[in-house]
Design a protein around this ligand. Structure first.
Ligand code: FDA
Length: 516
């Protein structure tokens, strides 16, 4: 058998190939990093966003390539394919299971952080956003040009465009404007042959697939062209918190009725967290926090909530009226907003800052009863740390057909649940403890959530729901997680995959499988 490739041998072969492919040897030394390059570690770590996937035993990439232009990306695909080494594509590095920067087989990271241009055209109400841009950069560049335009995408400014939009993308305007992918009108992709394609040349099938089917199964997304959406000059944000002693259960019963059906300008996220009681000493309780964005003024939302959601007890003094970009800052960091953070802070990429975490997801289609909730409170308190984030649907989400994009979870879903646990203790015992907590809670929730399939959100990557080992059962393995992420859209994704990448070069632990 041939000896396993070393970082240096792959570096040498790769650089030679890339020089030939790009016909411009300048810069190449600066964008290809072998393990012995003094910058290798920092380039690798800068966009690792989950410390759980950054242990000393985690396999490191043989090389990292950080393209400065499109032709570099084309060259990387051609050269990696010719050497026969898998690539992992990274844009913002926020994959919850680190699939953009880890692998158990020798691999190369194609890191797109340099391809981060955002060009906004207010006249046309569009923007071309490169995969390596962050959402914060997208929001900031829109705001620079217009105070009455925005874009519906995630609430964390450091999330990358490439992973986020290829995996669907939602944020606090999802009830008014749908997902990020519902507002994408063109894209540029490098395919498995290294050819640069746009919507017209890739065709509607591939264009459909990269709007929610996960880019990493189909090619390298270089950019998306997005449609901007109108936002009012003044919007309102608020947060209301109640513990079980303050009738949080009533609040959650009512939230399930109101949040998915109210005015689609209103998005009310619900956070549920086990906490220590402040009223009964030593007691554990659950805190419910409603965190909201209303695309309108405070008087209007206070009056609306008075009628529809009296248990919330919303008062004008709970509300903050601000600009849309102000609401982005408030959602990303409450304290910073209160301390006068400026829009420029959205450009901060917060390199090399990660905590330990695990996320899982579920969809709820029938309201959970009061008895059901009381059982869940007990479980949250017993487990001690895992919490929930409920994100209401309805509005625009219920008006878009479930096969319009690969993301299938539309009408009929009241809300999506995220299971969330974040910690700082680096010990293996802590990791095992929190992973077990999350998995136990997931198992407990079975009667309350979608069945056949038990659905999940691709961007809340969760390897517990199935992994591909690329052996004889690769297709069947892919079907397990694939139907959970994509329901009935899985079959179309399989057909597109077979057409655009039949040899399965673009793959990862949860990519769209190829039939043997
Ligand atoms: P990353 O670079 O890790 O890529 C994720 C996946 O996409 C990997 O499989 C990768 O290979 C692939 N990929 C990346 N770039 C590609 C490209 N150019 N072409 C092809 N494939 C590519 N989600 C949400 O919908 N709303 C939200 O509000 C949030 N908030 C949030 C906060 C925080 C702190 C985290 C860590 C995550 C979220 N998410 C989220 C989830 C987020 O949308 C999801 O992790 C995205 O895939 C992240 O995209 P990145 O480019 O940052 O990740």
């Amino acid at each position: 058998a041939a000896p396993p490739p070393t970082s240096q041998s792959v570096y040498d072969t790769f650089l030679l190939c890339l020089t030939k492919q790009t016909k411009s040897p300048t810069q190449l030394n600066d964008i290809v990093f072998s393990q012995t390059n003094p910058s290798f570690s920092s380039v690798l770590q800068n966009y690792i966003r989950n410390s759980r996937l950054n242990t000393t035993s985690t396999l490191k990439p043989l090389i990292i390539v950080t393209p400065l232009k499109k032709s570099h990306v084309q060259g990387v695909v051609i050269c990696a394919k010719s050497i026969g080494i898998q690539i992992k594509i990274r844009s913002g590095g926020h994959d919850y299971e680190g699939l953009s920067y880890i692998s158990d087989k020798p691999f190369i990271i194609l890191d797109l952080f340099n391809l981060n241009n955002v060009s906004v055209d207010i006249e046309k109400q569009t923007a071309v956003i490169q995969a390596g841009a962050t959402l914060g950069e997208v929001y900031y560049r829109i705001w620079e040009k217009s105070k009455v335009h925005g874009f519906p995408a995630g609430v964390c400014p450091t999330v990358g465009v490439g992973g986020h939009i290829s995996g669907a993308g939602y944020g606090n305007m999802v009830r008014k404007y749908g997902l990020s992918v519902d507002n994408v009108i063109d894209a540029q992709v490098v395919d498995v042959k290294g050819i640069l394609l746009d919507r017209k040349s890739m065709g509607e099938d591939l264009f459909w697939a990269i709007r929610g089917g996960g880019g990493a199964s189909f090619g390298v997304v270089l950019s998306y062209t997005i449609k901007l959406v109108p936002v009012p000059e003044t919007v309102t944000v608020f947060r209301v918190m109640k513990t079980l002693e303050e009738n949080a259960t009533d609040l959650v019963v009512e939230w399930q009725k109101v949040a998915p059906t109210t005015d689609d300008r209103l998005f009310m996220r619900l956070l549920l967290q086990p906490v220590t009681s402040t009223t009964v000493e030593g007691n554990k309780t659950v805190r419910a926090s409603v965190v909201a964005l209303f695309l309108g003024g405070a008087d209007e939302v206070v009056s609306l909530m008075g009628k529809e959601f009296p248990t919330l007890g919303l008062k004008k003094e709970n509300c903050n009226e601000t600009s849309w970009i102000g609401s982005v800052l408030w959602w990303s960091d409450n304290d910073a907003f209160n301390n006068g953070a400026k829009p420029k802070t959205l450009l901060d990429r917060k390199l090399n800052s990660a905590r330990f975490g695990k996320r899982k997801s579920d969809y709820v289609q029938k309201p959970i009863s009061r008895d059901g909730l009381e059982g869940i409170w007990k479980k949250l308190i017993e487990q001690g740390k895992v919490g929930f984030v409920f994100n209401p649907y309805g509005g625009k989400m219920a008006q878009i057909a479930s096969d319009a994009t690969p993301f299938p979870h539309r009408a009929g879903n009241l809300f999506k649940m995220q299971y969330s646990v974040t910690w700082d203790d680096p010990s293996e015992a802590a990791t095992q403890n929190f992973l077990t907590q999350a998995r136990k809670l997931y198992s407990y929730m079975t009667p309350f959530v979608s069945q056949n399939p038990r659905s999940a959100y691709l961007n809340y990557r969760d390897l517990d729901i199935g992994i591909n080992h690329f052996g004889a059962n690769s297709f069947e393995e892919g079907q397990v997680y694939g139907t959970k992420y994509f329901n009935n859209n899985f079959d179309r994704l399989v057909k597109i995959k077979a057409a655009v990448d039949p040899e399965n070069f673009f793959r990862n632990e949860q990519s769209i499988p190829v039939k043997a």
